[in-house]
Design a protein around this ligand. Sequence first.
Ligand SMILES: *[C@@H]1O[C@H](CO)[C@@H](O)[C@H](O)[C@H]1NC(C)=O
Ligand SMILES: *[C@@H]1O[C@H](CO)[C@@H](O)[C@H](O)[C@H]1NC(C)=O
Length: 149
Amino acid sequence: MVPTTSLLLLLSLALLAPGLSAEKCVLTGRWTNDLGSNMTIGAVNTKGEFTGTYHTAVTATTNEIKLSPLKGNQHSTNQKSQPTFGFTVNWSFSDANTVFTGQCFVDKDGKEVLKTMWLLRSHVDSINDDWKATRVGTNVFTRLHKRWE
Ligand SMILES: *[C@@H]1O[C@H](CO)[C@@H](O)[C@H](O)[C@H]1NC(C)=O
Ligand SMILES: *[C@@H]1O[C@H](CO)[C@@H](O)[C@H](O)[C@H]1NC(C)=O
């Protein structure tokens, strides 16, 4: 006969194990980056699609910054714990678009982090200015608040 304590130990291990192994990075929630820009990502649907809003702290224009919509896809919705993703920000205050691509990681401290690269396409009046119309950069996002339930 197995002693009760062993049974309890086995039971608690069985209950804990999924939680311990599930180092899952979830895109949904509020994020802030190294520039102080914030974004909110809504629920990711079964196809991996999501929408959200982006509040940038910096701009390449002199226009007043406004909240801008974003739209994207997460790859491998449930299978992968650290999914790749991409999204586009359609700037509401300038004639420009930014595309982000990145991956949602769980770092060594168990904290979620989004490592991204972006391209910002600004409008230029002439094809002669095309050469200078695209900027590139990187951003690292961490959670602004606890994930919205
Ligand atoms: C981002 O959120 C923080 C905390 O709420 C706030 O202090 C900051 O002003 C926000 N930045 C932008 C660009 O919205
Ligand atoms: C993109 O932004 C422009 C300017 O704010 C707006 O007119 C348009 O409806 C937006 N499109 C989407 C898909 O959000």
